[in-house]
Design a protein around this ligand. Structure first.
Ligand SMILES: [Cu+2]
Length: 305
């Protein structure tokens, strides 16, 4: 098998005209890009990206850690690059072209098939990226958050409910591929390629844990569970849902078929860890936000911390 791979790469190199030949070097720019939902929120409706149960979602804060990018060539272990810096980003306030996370030159012109990055819990050594409020950045570090999201859901005839979730859920993403399933990124001689670490912003509205192509898997987006969480910890409902209310909100009450309607049928068995309460659900969803090249996915996700 190994010989077959070697022979194949020799043939490609001899051919000389392949975009994945092994002669020459190229460069790579790595960007962080927020999914549109992080900026624009979500709207109710029946389209794939809509909220099924009538709520409009607005985000007023969407902060996340992103960094420790690495790429390597599995058949050539000496071909490996990494940038260990972790940035604290305001994903609603990055340049339209994305946040420039890393740049590498003199990479072998071949497919760098192993690509990964982290969204770890923040530490004091992380960098506050331009665009993040200094106080918010300090809070991320002090409270060791990986994601901090603030916003509200609104629906005709229902009180608007706000949420403010400080999420300590570090995650590592590896074996990233584009939406066509091609692993990593092909570096070409004399050119600069772009790798986009795409952060999705809607997973805590999904009815099942996201894997692979989200447009193919039977996912709906629902928000009623957030409104139902208000007061779950015995406090008087105040139209604001806190971490404490998430923890106190039993998963059966939050996500059972009888508690949900229409398309909002949850598949809690799809999650990698037990979902005992709404906080478990949010934590696991927060550990799934990392994507690659838009709708591409990272095959291997692991918990950090
Ligand atoms: Cu996603």
């Amino acid at each position: 098998m190994r010989n077959a791979i070697l022979m194949a790469s020799i043939l490609v190199a001899v051919g000389g005209c392949s975009s994945e030949s092994t002669s020459g070097t190229g460069s790579l720019d790595v960007f962080v890009m927020p999914e549109a939902a992080i900026i624009d929120g979500l709207t109710p409706g029946t389209d794939e990206e809509n909220i099924s149960d009538g709520w409009t979602v607005t985000y007023t804060r969407f902060l996340a850690t992103v960094g420790n990018f690495r790429a390597s060539v599995s058949i050539s272990p000496s071909d490996a690059v990494s940038e260990p810096t972790v940035y604290l980003l305001n994903l609603q306030n990055v340049p339209a072209s994305g946040f420039a996370l890393a740049h590498f030159d003199e990479m072998a012109a071949t497919r760098w098939d192993r690509v990964g990055f982290d969204m770890p819990m923040a530490t004091g050594t992380n960098m506050c990226a331009p665009g993040i409020d200094a106080g918010d950045c300090a809070t991320m570090k002090n409270e060791e958050l990986s994601v901090w999201v603030t916003g509200s859901i609104a629906r005709d005839g229902s009180p608007t409910v706000s949420f403010n979730w400080k999420i300590p859920a570090g995650a590592a993403f590896a074996d990233c591929h584009n939406s066509d399933g091609l692993s990593g990124i092909a570096i070409t001689s004399g050119a600069t390629q772009q790798a986009e670490l795409t952060i999705h912003g809607d997973h805590w509205f999904f009815t099942r844990y996201p894997t692979g192509d989200e447009s193919m898997s039977p996912v709906s987006r629902c928000a009623s569970w957030i409104a139902a969480a208000d007061g779950a910890d015995g406090t008087t409902p105040d139209q604001n849902v806190t971490n404490g209310e998430l923890e106190a909100f039993d998963a059966v009450d939050a996500f059972s078929t009888s508690a949900s309607a229409g398309d909002c049928r949850y598949e809690l068995s799809s999650f990698p860890h037990p979902v005992n309460n709404a906080y478990d659900y949010v934590l696991q969803m927060a550990r799934s936000l990392g994507h690659f090249q838009g709708e591409g996915d990272c095959e291997t996700r692991s918990d950090l911390n």
